[in-house]
Design a protein around this ligand. Structure first.
Ligand SMILES: Cc1cc2nc3c(=O)[nH]c(=O)nc-3n(C[C@H](O)[C@H](O)[C@H](O)COP(=O)(O)OP(=O)(O)OC[C@H]3O[C@@H](n4cnc5c(N)ncnc54)[C@H](O)[C@@H]3O)c2cc1C
Length: 297
């Protein structure tokens, strides 16, 4: 039986595997690289990168690094989990089972979609779900941020420092008055419209509305928030927060002994640096736990 199973092979799960395996814990990673939020992205704001780094390449290198550290990998999704009081069992989509003494949950989040024409087709070609990640690619460009909540307000304000023109499209702004004022004072122009489509062939060229005139744009930031992929946590007795995130302490321990969580699933910031930091913490502490060591950080 492996010591530790890690659910998720994004930066959090891979870094957890590197640390757990190097601490000589028998480690199995379960998950598909291509489902990581980092897959297909260009990364600029992670430590040690010059210019843009290829997110897919970083994931592949991370998987190879984890495997050369001794961790095994199963390229499957887990569909259910069980805890019998002594060990944790995961069942995969193909009916395979993995049993381990400890679990690290690193399943990430799913960003909420608008589901309008052009959104899927132009993703990565002017459509983004993360202003903090992609702001630098829109210097001097015309962009729109779509969303009602505080993340949309914060993104609109942030983008005024990069883009030449920022529209904040919101039908029913629910951000605090202070955040709305800050976005407006920074220069964001609010549009009260119902978005009907994103236009463009190879790149975004604009946004259409069912109740307002179309606008010309170079980029669209969809900032509707996210749902965490934490359903499996409930199978083993962890009650997620109302937004689906999993609460952890400074050792990345959850409320259930032997279960750790790291990365986007524990909440904001949704950034690689935080995912990797928590991954290392979870890997080190889970390895110490299965070896019966105490007082680790
Ligand atoms: C378009 C875009 C651009 C971004 N750009 C940047 C950037 O420039 N800089 C930055 O710091 N951050 C960026 N981010 C955010 C960054 O990608 C995430 O913060 C990071 O990937 C989170 O890592 P994670 O390991 O927690 O989750 P993820 O990377 O999402 O990985 C989750 C993993 O869990 C697996 N999984 C989920 N459910 C199951 C299951 N049931 N069974 C098995 N496996 C499962 C998935 O397959 C995946 O392998 C960007 C995100 C997006 C969407």
């Amino acid at each position: 039986m492996p010591d530790i199973m890690i659910i998720g092979t994004g930066p959090a799960g891979l870094q957890a595997a590197i640390h757990a395996a190097r601490a000589k814990a028998a480690t199995v990673m379960i998950g598909k690289l291509r489902n990581s939020a980092m897959y297909g992205t260009k990364v600029e704001n992670y430590f040690g990168i010059k210019g843009e780094a290829d997110g897919t390449g970083m994931l592949s290198a991370g998987l190879a690094q984890a495997m050369s550290s001794g961790a095994e990998h199963t390229d499957e999704n887990v569909i259910s989990m069980e805890y019998d009081g002594g060990s944790f069992k995961a069942t995969t989509e193909n009916g395979n089972t993995v049993t381990a003494k400890a679990v690290i949950l690193a399943p990430g989040i799913s960003r909420m979609k608008l589901n309008i024409p052009g959104e899927k087709e132009l993703f990565g070609k002017g459509v983004s779900y993360c202003a903090a990640c992609d702001c630098n690619f829109y210097k001097g460009k015309r962009i729109a941020v779509i969303g009602d909540e505080s993340e949309a307000a914060a993104s609109a304000e942030l983008m005024t420092s990069y883009a030449s023109k920022v529209f904040w499209v919101t039908k029913d702004a629910k951000a605090s008055d202070m955040m709305i004022r800050k976005a407006k004072d920074a220069g964001a122009v609010m549009i009260d419209g119902k978005v009907s489509g994103i236009t463009g062939k190879d790149r975004v060229t604009g946004l259409t509305f069912s109740d307002a005139p179309a606008i010309e744009l170079d980029g669209v930031f969809i900032e509707l928030g996210a749902r965490s992929s934490s359903d499996l946590a409930m199978d083993i007795g962890i009650m997620p927060n109302t937004d689906g995130t999993i609460k952890v302490n400074e050792r990345c321990e959850t409320s259930v002994k032997g279960v750790y969580a790291c990365g986007d699933v524990t909440g904001r910031p949704w950034q690689i640096a935080k995912a990797v930091g928590q991954g290392a913490t979870a890997g080190i502490n889970a390895a110490a736990y299965v070896k019966g060591e105490k007082n680790v950080r």
